[in-house]
Write a protein that binds this ligand. Structure first.
Ligand code: 13P
Length: 251
């Protein structure tokens, strides 16, 4: 079944104390909420175990922002899917545009990361999206198609049923420039069609596709009202409990 999800990507923000304060506030404020979406909190790796402890007593799930493409071994500084799993992480963002841009992660490397996450029964949130020059050249559909085909379409139908896709137009990330609801819907429908062609209509209908890029408490209702938009991957607005919860209430 298609699940609605609101996930907060904290990126590289907050000290441990600030992180614990925000997680605690989220846990308390979510207590009496009856949401129709799943809430996922993706703090920096160092805080995942603490977040999992709070999640045990609350309705939110915990996600990581990145994972190594390797199983284990001599990879100084890296964190494996097995390690994430061992502190009860449920989701893992894979292929965020900041990882693609600053750490040269390409679709084939990301396909391996997706495999590692699935190996440990966690759910990859696979990110795709074009930069502004690609949209201006009208090749944004081709770019997203390639990201999805090369990063995900090696999976079996069964494996694919555990994938969440996040469409994040890079020009909308952290810029205050949101895609219009029509632009988001157009791309989400395109992605769903790609999935249908590869895995069939049922798999496509069941696939959760999130929007990310300057999504906030003001514009979430209109974005989430689009037929093929199943929630959001939220950056800046996930750093304040009230804003983030308001977004989760926007369906
Ligand atoms: P902003 O919501 O800050 O634009 O970031 C979106 C994002 O990159 C989420 O992964």
């Amino acid at each position: 079944m298609r699940t609605k999800i609101v996930a907060g990507n904290w990126k590289m923000n907050k000290s441990f104390q600030e992180a614990e304060e925000l997680i605690g506030e989220l846990a308390t404020k979510l207590e009496d909420k009856e949401l129709i979406c799943e809430v996922v909190v993706c703090p920096p790796a160092l805080y995942l175990e603490m977040a999992s402890d709070y999640a045990d007593e609350s309705i939110f799930c915990v996600g990581a922002q990145n994972v190594s493409e390797h199983e284990h071994g001599a990879y100084t500084g890296e964190i494996s899917a097995e390690m994430l799993d061992s502190v009860d992480v449920d989701f893992c963002i894979v292929g965020h545009s900041e990882r693609r841009k600053y750490f040269d992660e390409d679709n084939y490397l990301l396909a391996n990361k997706v495999n590692r996450v699935l190996d440990h029964d966690m759910i990859p949130i696979y990110c795709c999206g074009e930069v502004i020059e690609e949209r201006e050249k009208n090749i944004h559909f081709d770019i997203v198609e390639q990201q999805i085909k090369e990063g995900l379409f090696h999976l079996s139908e069964d494996e694919f049923s555990n994938i969440v896709i996040a469409y994040e137009p890079v020009w909308a990330i952290g810029t205050g420039l949101t895609a219009t609801p029509e632009q988001a819907q157009e791309m989400h429908a395109f992605i769903r069609k790609l999935v249908a062609k590869k895995y069939g209509e049922t798999a496509a209908a069941d696939c959760t596709i999130l929007y990310g890029g300057s999504c906030n408490a003001q514009n979430a209702v209109e974005l989430f009202a689009q037929k093929d938009v199943d929630g959001g991957l939220i950056g800046g607005a996930s750093l304040k409990a009230d804003d983030f919860i308001k977004i989760a209430e926007s369906f």
